[in-house]
Structures are given as C-alpha cells and as structure tokens.
Design a protein around this ligand. Sequence first.
Ligand SMILES: [Zn+2]
Length: 74
Amino acid sequence: MTTPAAVTVRCGFCDAAPGTPCTPGGQHFDRYLRAWREGLISRSTVSDVCAVLGTVSAGTLVPDAPAPAASRRA
Ligand SMILES: [Zn+2]
C-alpha cells in the first residue's frame, strides 16, 4: 500500500531519512501526512489509507503490501 512519494520525505515518527524505509514492512503514517502537506500525494491517497487502516496515528505502520480484502472490511 505504501506510496513511493511518501518515502521521499523524512519520517517524523522514527526519523528515517528520505528514501530510507521506516521498517522492512512499511512506512509510518506520519510520512503520508508530510507528503500530503508538501503536495507530493493527494488528499484522496491519504483518505484511501485511512479507509483501509481505520483509526490511525502518526506511528501507525502502513504496510507495503495491500491488506487482504477480508481484513479491509473488519
Ligand atoms: Zn517512520
């Protein structure tokens, strides 16, 4: 699910440098907010992430792989 543009900004949660992944499995949601504020991703992309993950915080991990369809409905 990770948007490549989100990885181009520094993570304010774990301080990962631009271009460096937060974790091997995904990026913290903070990067999505920063990328949106900088005009790198759309509001729609941020909304899509929230729709899939539900309640999020800056430290919520956004997985690189799409969530299985069954878990999106939970
Ligand atoms: Zn991070």
